[in-house]
Design a protein around this ligand. Structure first.
Ligand SMILES: NC(=O)c1ccc[n+]([C@@H]2O[C@H](COP(=O)([O-])OP(=O)(O)OC[C@H]3O[C@@H](n4cnc5c(N)ncnc54)[C@H](O)[C@@H]3O)[C@@H](O)[C@H]2O)c1
Ligand SMILES: O=C(O)CCC(=O)CC(=O)O
Length: 355
């Protein structure tokens, strides 16, 4: 067996339908007194519901989270946390809301109790992102890892099916890339495989019947495992390309992940044959070269847009994104080859299956 390092992530996870109601108890366990409740303007009602559950321990609801955490938004939130004498943040929402909690924690050290309502996985990672002058920078710091995470599948029932589908494939991308990560290890490998199996099995049911609580629970379980993968090992070409497509072309985060993933997995089919065989088995296939086509077919089944053109990438995007990604590549089992990457992005732009 090859040597490896496994760094466990120190967080408490409470999982189950209706567990939102246990928030006050969880605040006690955290030793916190006054919580600033973070959410987006669209999910303000959820922030208010949390305030009602916490009663006088709710310092205030701050529904100002937006995607990619602009530094001005982070600064204003830190001021609000201090003004209200909060000693923790409850972040209820998707990756954007949890990202705002992380921006506060990074400077103040305030602990985060996260209640995710999408499958993005930020709640399980020590990764933060901040955007300044249209440039997004990411970093790792264990201060931003939420101390407690409450996963309540009832909270994902309100996700429109199209967002569930793309957000679920965003989670799938973390699990697939964890299998061939530079610092892959056996524990994360098990979680990645289980995550892929849970997501592939549940997302079609979530999309077909958005009221299916059991399917939502299974998808959230898969997303939890995928979040651990993302937080524990390094990501590769797929995440590099998606960060480029999001950062430079402002493509929607989860949709870009969903469209690119079949192509990125296919790009690595020979260089990461054994890890991708594990992904294939979790998707119901056998061989590494089946992973890209199986993921492409899953996207189709979930009604996800097939092409990068449909989600806003201009015609010159594939060439430009390939050049940017190759100028500062991440580790990847197959070296970054500019022409091959441009050709791959062109197929994704046209909505063609991986080849
Ligand atoms: N740091 C990390 O580890 C990490 C990991 C994954 C994603 N991210 C970041 O998170 C952001 C994307 O997060 P996201 O994809 O979760 O989207 P998001 O948090 O921006 O949410 C998208 C929209 O969906 C709404 N929404 C969320 N949950 C809902 C629900 N259950 N019902 C109805 N509406 C709901 C939100 O209010 C928002 O308007 C990006 O900025 C990405 O870079 C960070
Ligand atoms: O943007 C961030 O905060 C980091 C995002 C990340 O690494 C995961 C992703 O791209 O889904």
């Amino acid at each position: 067996m090859n040597p490896f390092i496994y760094q466990g992530l120190a967080s408490r996870v409470v999982f189950g339908a209706g567990k939102l109601e246990s928030l006050a108890e969880e605040l006690d366990k955290l030793g916190a007194r006054r919580a600033l409740i973070l959410t987006t303007p669209e999910q303000r009602h959820l922030g208010e519901r949390v305030a009602a559950i916490l009663g006088e321990r709710a310092a205030g609801v701050y529904p100002q989270a937006v995607m990619h955490v602009p530094v001005e938004v982070a600064r204003a939130a830190r001021v609000e946390a201090s003004r209200l004498d909060a000693d923790c943040c409850v972040a209820i929402g998707g990756g954007s809301t949890i990202g705002l909690g992380k921006a506060i924690a990074l400077e103040s050290g305030l602990p985060i109790l996260a209640v995710p309502t999408t499958y993005a996985g930020s709640e399980m990672t020590p990764i933060y992102g901040l955007t300044e002058n249209r440039l997004k920078k990411t970093g790792r710091d264990f201060r931003v890892l939420p101390k407690t995470v409450v996963y309540d599948p009832l909270l994902t029932l309100s996700l429109p099916a199209a967002i569930s589908a793309c957000s679920g494939m965003n989670a799938m991308a973390h699990a697939v890339e964890a299998l061939y990560a530079q610092d892959a290890n056996p524990i994360i490998g098990l979680m990645a495989e289980e995550s892929i199996r849970a997501l592939a099995g549940s997302l079609p049911a979530v999309v077909a019947n958005p009221a299916d609580v059991e399917a939502h629970g299974r998808a959230l379980y898969g997303a939890w495992l995928a979040g651990i993968c993302l937080g524990s090992v390094g990501m590769a070409i797929h995440h590099k390309l998606c960060h480029t497509l999001g950062g430079t072309f402002n493509l929607p985060h989860a949709q870009a992940h969903a469209v690119v993933l079949p192509h990125a997995a296919h790009y690595n089919r020979e260089a990461a044959a054994e890890p991708l065989r594990r992904a294939a088995r979790a998707l119901g296939g056998q061989e590494a070269e089946e992973v890209g086509p199986l993921l492409f077919a899953l996207n189709q089944k979930l009604g996800i847009p097939a092409s990068l053109a449909e989600i806003g990438l201009p015609e010159e995007g594939p060439a430009e994104a390939a050049a940017i990604a190759c100028s500062s590549p991440y580790y990847n089992p197959r070296p970054f080859e500019r022409d091959a990457i441009e050709a791959m992005l062109l197929r994704a732009w046209k909505g063609l299956p991986p080849a």
